[in-house]
Design a protein around this ligand. Structure first.
Ligand code: SF4
Length: 254
């Protein structure tokens, strides 16, 4: 189902070397400074895209992009199963932050007809559903980009404890950046309070991590913020970030 070309060993060696170099150059920069460097571009980064779910944790990075470069490319993966509140939140943040290059990447209708015409694949094979509705959509979109940016933080969940600011997405043969990787929960809350950022409408109802409606539930007090995703299943991530061969570059300390 994947539509990506496997990068060669030589390409991956070069990317790893670039990632280590950038990681070293940026190790004392703040998240905003790192993001600014990425969006400005350099010899190694020419066409990055920020991939955003416009979920509960998305406003901070989107706000930073709006302040630095409102024309930066932002990609929203439309799985066909989003909460209506998420679509409204996407439109609200886009307008509030003056973002003028938000692109919606949609699922291939022919693949959906072939693999999930009844829209029930998430019930029987959620990994295949995420592959169809998220991973392959991102793979296809990122063919146009040499790097991508996400809002992942180590403090979000135990499954994200090894996220680095600069990584190599080995499966896609791209640089991947997580400018907020080192931010604690309190860093994050302080930024939101300082700029009075709006909350996703479902956050007040206990949805602390928000994906597709059929696979997201509210979180109880004391639970991990991602406990409401695929509740009752062993599945923890959709596969966008934890492709088996994403390799982290050297640790970033800023
Ligand atoms: S989160 Fe659920 S509905 Fe959305 S793509 Fe994954 S399995 Fe399918």
């Amino acid at each position: 189902m994947s539509s990506i070309r496997q990068p060669s060993r030589l390409e991956l060696t070069r990317l790893t070397s670039v990632a280590e170099r950038l990681s070293g150059m940026w190790q004392h920069l703040s998240a905003q400074e790192v993001l600014s460097e990425i969006l400005k571009g350099n010899a190694f980064i020419k066409n990055p895209a920020l991939v955003s779910s416009f979920g509960a944790d998305s406003a901070v990075l989107l706000h930073m992009v709006g302040a630095l470069d409102p024309a930066a490319q932002i990609v929203f993966l439309d799985t066909g199963f989003h909460f209506s509140e998420t679509l409204l939140f996407r439109d609200r943040l886009t307008k509030a932050f003056g973002l003028n290059n938000v692109r919606t990447a949609s699922v291939d209708p022919i693949a959906v007809k072939r693999l999930d015409a009844q829209r029930r694949l998430h019930l029987s094979a959620p990994d295949s559903c995420c592959q169809l509705r998220k991973v392959s959509v991102l793979d296809r979109h990122l063919r146009m980009n040499d790097a991508w940016i996400s809002g992942q933080r180590r403090s979000q969940a135990s499954t994200r404890s090894s996220v680095s600011v600069v990584e190599v997405d080995e499966a896609r043969g791209k640089l991947k950046f997580n400018p907020l990787a080192n931010w604690s929960l309190s860093d994050f809350a302080a930024y939101k309070a300082r700029y009075e950022l709006p909350e996703h409408p479902l956050t007040a109802k206990g949805y602390l991590s928000i994906g597709c409606a059929p696979c997201t539930s509210a979180v109880k007090v004391g639970e991990d913020t991602r406990a409401g995703r695929w509740r009752g299943q062993s599945k923890l991530e959709c596969g966008l970030h934890n492709r088996p061969n994403i390799i982290a570059s050297s640790e970033h300390v800023a």
